[in-house]
Design a protein around this ligand. Structure first.
Ligand code: FMN
Length: 383
């Protein structure tokens, strides 16, 4: 079957503002912990470029720190200077030359900054990390509360820190535009800085940035407004949320619905619906049962009740599952994380499994040969 015969929604274009996504599958932001001093390198080019080659309609970079102290680990990329943007240029250019859209996630890790790379323990930096040259740095956050016992104590951000942060997000958005990015995402999930302001579990402030829901949302909304102003009106803006904390007394779906409505009013186009991550790893989350598509219910509810496009993410494993989520109106875009690491050609392979057996959407360097390979296989089969 050719794409034009009965094109699954998954492989159909979607236009947001002036930007057309060639299909509805995006690469979820995934830190590679492989940068040096915030600078992207050949690993990022080959990793992101490979995914663009693999048919993803949009490739989003990992979380890029808007300030050096906002990196999760020493290996995170940054976008706090023009030189950092320049280091990302080969990756962004390659993604776009491959026919995919390029996106970048703008982030600040807050109290979860200065951590070990996952393969060294995924906890606070320790002696072995220091011996390796990965020294801890001073961190800041919503309140002077560490992630967990034994983690660094953040400094509670004051008015000047907040003003510098808002400016840093806006500057990073401007750099992303200059770099040629087609869309950006503000990272407001997983217990990093913005979510730690949003959640009552991590925000114990008594000033205008704490207290009730409107106080706790204030910083994220100010940043969104500044980013939307700095980012062209023709290009889409995503916002990733943790739809729920997954802990009693924490951020709930009702908060996400209010928040999504406010973000929409400020010009956010897509809510990327993740969840969790705001508590230490020794605490067990309640109510989030890990199963295929476990976060799609959040995307569906926000899409229906807040009237905004959503991106579904989380254990979306194959094309038919993704297609069903789109057909059922649960999400507008599907983000693929670990499956894309398992199979960087996930989109082409799933399309093939779903009956799209021509190679027109593969890179031309491959497609011509694969077409002939297909014919050879058919000839073999028919004896
Ligand atoms: C290696 C790795 C790095 C990640 N880094 C980020 C990140 O930079 N920003 C983010 O919002 N989520 C990050 N995540 C979460 C993913 O974007 C995604 O939400 C999560 O993996 C669930 O999707 P999946 O089941 O398809 O992997 C990361 C996940 C992985 C596996």
């Amino acid at each position: 079957m050719a794409l034009t015969d009965a094109r699954p929604l998954l492989f159909s274009p979607l236009t947001l503002r002036d930007i057309t996504f060639p299909n509805r599958v995006t690469v979820a932001p995934m830190c590679q912990y492989s940068a040096t001093d915030g600078f992207a390198n050949d690993w990022h080019l080959v990793h992101l470029g490979g995914l663009a080659k693999g048919g993803f309609g949009a490739v989003m970079t990992e979380a890029a720190a808007v300030l050096p102290e906002g990196r999760i680990t020493h290996g995170d990329i940054g976008l706090w200077s023009d030189a950092h943007a320049q280091a990302l240029k080969p990756s962004i250019d390659f993604i776009r030359a491959s026919g995919a859209l390029a996106g970048i996630q703008l982030a600040h890790a807050g109290r979860k900054a200065s951590m070990q790379r996952p393969w060294f323990g995924n906890g606070p930096l320790g002696r072995a990390d220091v011996d390796r040259g990965d020294l801890p740095w001073e961190i800041n956050g919503a309140s002077a509360m560490p992630v967990d016992d034994g983690w660094l104590m953040p400094k509670e951000m004051d008015k000047d820190d907040i003003a510098r942060l808002v400016q840093a997000f806006a500057d990073a958005a401007r750099r992303a535009d200059t770099l040629g990015c087609d869309f950006i995402e503000i990272h407001g999930a997983h217990g990093y800085l913005l979510q730690s302001f949003l959640s009552p579990l991590s925000n114990h402030r008594t000033d205008a940035y704490g207290g009730d829901l409107s106080g706790r949302m204030r910083l994220a909304l100010e940043i969104t407004e500044a980013v939307r102003t700095a980012w062209p009106a023709s290009k889409p803006l995503f916002f990733r949320i943790s739809s729920v904390d997954g802990f009693k007394g924490g951020w709930e779906m009702s908060d996400s619905l209010t928040f999504a409505t406010e973000l929409k009013a400020l010009g956010v186009d897509v809510i990327d619906c993740s969840s969790g991550g705001n508590q230490g790893r020794t605490k067990v989350s309640q109510g989030r049962v890990l199963q295929p598509g476990y976060q799609l219910d959040y995307a569906a509810e926000i899409r229906a009740k807040a009237g905004i496009a959503t991106q579904g993410v989380g254990m979306i494993l194959d094309g038919p599952q993704a297609e069903a989520a789109l057909q059922d109106g649960r999400a507008d875009l599907i983000a693929i994380g670990r499956q894309a690491l398992f199979d960087p050609f996930w989109v082409h392979h799933q399309a093939y499994e779903m009956g799209v057996t021509d190679y027109g959407s593969w890179p031309e360097q491959y497609g011509w040969w694969l077409d002939r390979r297909e014919r050879s296989i058919q000839a073999l089969k028919s004896g």
